[in-house]
Design a protein around this ligand. Structure first.
Ligand code: SF4
Length: 61
């Protein structure tokens, strides 16, 4: 599974870091980044990706 955040789209709202704190964190630039290896369940990560207001999170299996 490969998780990516499109930093050009990310608005730094923090939703993903709240919903899946073991997978996403806010970087020094205020944008989300992926923590490797992601420790949240696939379901949680999928739900988090759907919660992103700008659809910046992509998951490839
Ligand atoms: S939910 Fe989306 S817009 Fe908000 S911080 Fe995460 S990746 Fe960025």
């Amino acid at each position: 599974m490969k998780i990516t955040v499109d930093k050009d789209k990310c608005i730094g709202c923090g939703a993903c870091t709240a919903l899946a704190a073991k997978t996403f964190r806010l970087g020094d630039d205020g944008k989300a980044e992926v923590i490797e290896p992601a420790k949240d369940s696939l379901e949680e990560i999928n739900n988090t990706a759907e919660s992103c207001p700008v659809e910046a999170i992509k998951i490839k299996s």
